[in-house]
Design a protein around this ligand. Sequence first.
Ligand code: PXG
Length: 462
Amino acid sequence: MLSLGNLPTTDVMREADLNSHMHPFTDHDSIGTDDLRVITSASGVFIGDSEGNQILDGMAGLWCVNVGYGRTEIAEAAARQMTQLPYYNTFFKTTHPPVIALAEKLRRLTPDGINKFMFGTSGSDSNDTVIRLARTYWAGRGKPGKTVMIARHNAYHGSSMASASLGGMSAMHAQGGLPIPDIHHIGQPYIFDEAGDMDPNAFGLMRARELEAAIDALGEDRVAAFIAEPVQGAGGVIIPPESYWPEIQRICDERDILLVADEVICGFGRLGTWFGSHHYDIRPDMIAMAKGLSSAYLPIGGVGLTDEVYEGVSQMGEFAHGYTYSGHPVSAAAALANLDILESEGIVDRVGTHTAGVFAEKWSALGDHPLVGEASSLGLLARLELVPDAKSGSRRRFDDVGRVGGMCRDNCFANNLVMRAVRDSMVCSPPLIIKDDEIDILVERAWKALDLTAAAVADEMT
Ligand code: PXG
């Protein structure tokens, strides 16, 4: 039995892991005996493994460790709360100070009009809550037929039955009998892969107007809400053209449907503003949150809603929804300490006024690499498009989609950098506290991984 106080060798831990642990989103047959990396420590923007490597975490965990690793203030706040009151629920007319303080603080930080908060433990359950709130709201307003949720192809909204249905990942729909009824998907504003020769803003308008067309086709009396990430994250950091969000907002204003911003990745500073909705001037009726809410030090998620949605739902009497851990006091205390750090250290402002600019300049240089067709970023979200003939300016993709991206991801890891591959796009989302010289290290390691990947691809051709 593995004891946390006295760790055995890496090989022993790998074997024990593969004997008894089933990993998320993993093809276990593809894990070689040396492939598993055992992460044992972390500080700042670096994670440490059991072999003593210091790896720059270009993904902030899974887009979530916004304040970076090793913040003892959060650990201390959680420890204090565990001693004071480790758990009590928020059902049946009870509450506790951490959840009150967190809701109050979120009321101040979230987009105008978002005034009430319901908590859970993840982004997935937040989006399940969104669906139930939207449908219950319309029932409360006397329109129970408005049940259809419109989302986008290649969106990621979570992994539960309802949130994965809302998401537009075909591989997820293919397993487990998804999607659930009354979910409809429209196109995504992915310029690089889908705009062809169109002007990006014309393309953005075209994609936004798919929402209008879908409402017409389904019937406005059937549609409850449109949900989207301000910038699609897991789908491949898809930064919409400037024309996109204003047109979506216009359509949602003119039509009798709710607008939901999934802020699970874009929230809490990722784009250099508190929320992605602030960056794009979106006026959502609901927002889903998780990840950066606690910088992932403890699991917590939630949904923010306007007074209008809250009152509509309240028309139905009891909203029969909630989780044992809704508003968990220790998670709420950790989230509060995390938000204190983001605020008191001016981290969000610094991303907007400094770090995003430095990052954009250095990241864009990766666009000169012969394997890269485009390098783009917004705030501290970034993407590289890997293509076979970047020099010609062609956006043609590799035939065997995802293979070269996977090679590049492995080369990053081998060079002590974490980046994710989404098909043949490399994505990056470092902790918001990354320093300028650490951005240099990140870009150097990325360049080296691209070189190794390009060399391997060239080898295959000869
Ligand atoms: N919404 C968005 C926008 C997300 O990115 C969720 C909801 C679901 O959150 P939970 O906490 O239930 O995981 C997410 C999560 C990846 C990756 O590899 C991305 C996510 C989760 C796991 C892996 O890109 N995003």
